[in-house]
Design a protein around this ligand. Structure first.
Ligand SMILES: [Zn+2]
Length: 135
């Protein structure tokens, strides 16, 4: 039985702080542009669609579906080495963005494209990391 991935505290800066603080509250926080309405992730100071600086944060549903994925079978980093095999996926959120995250709660061979998943959060100490499990 593989061990859990030992997530470390993320590198937080002023652009990403609201996202990581949301994860610490077990909320998936995305950005919405006040000018054009685009929803984006990763967090940025400007809208990636229209370059407006009018950016708001909101709590997403936490739902999503697997857009694509890979099964990691080798990773030499100590935090991950004991956890192989594990799944890394792009999860498409109903709000629009795709989030790169682990899929847990099922065997890697049971993950499928289009599978409905729900976010959960693993504490890293001060913050937390989002990952998904079958809904
Ligand atoms: Zn915009």
């Amino acid at each position: 039985m593989p061990k859990e991935i030992a997530y470390e505290d993320p590198a937080v800066d002023w652009e990403t702080r609201a996202y990581w603080e949301g994860c610490a509250r077990h909320e998936l926080v995305l950005q919405r542009c006040g000018s054009c309405g685009a929803v984006q992730h990763r967090p940025r100071a400007l809208c990636a669609s229209c370059l407006s600086g009018d950016i708001d944060h909101f709590v997403a549903s936490g739902r999503g579906e697997v857009h694509t994925y890979t099964t990691i079978r080798q990773n030499q980093l100590p935090s991950f080495a004991g956890a192989v095999p594990y799944v890394l996926a792009y999860v498409e959120l109903p709000e629009g963005p795709r989030l790169l995250a682990n899929i847990v709660g099922c065997e890697p061979e049971d993950v499928t494209i289009g599978m409905a998943v729900r976010a959960e959060f693993v504490s890293t100490g001060e913050f937390a990391v989002a990952r998904f499990r079958p809904a």
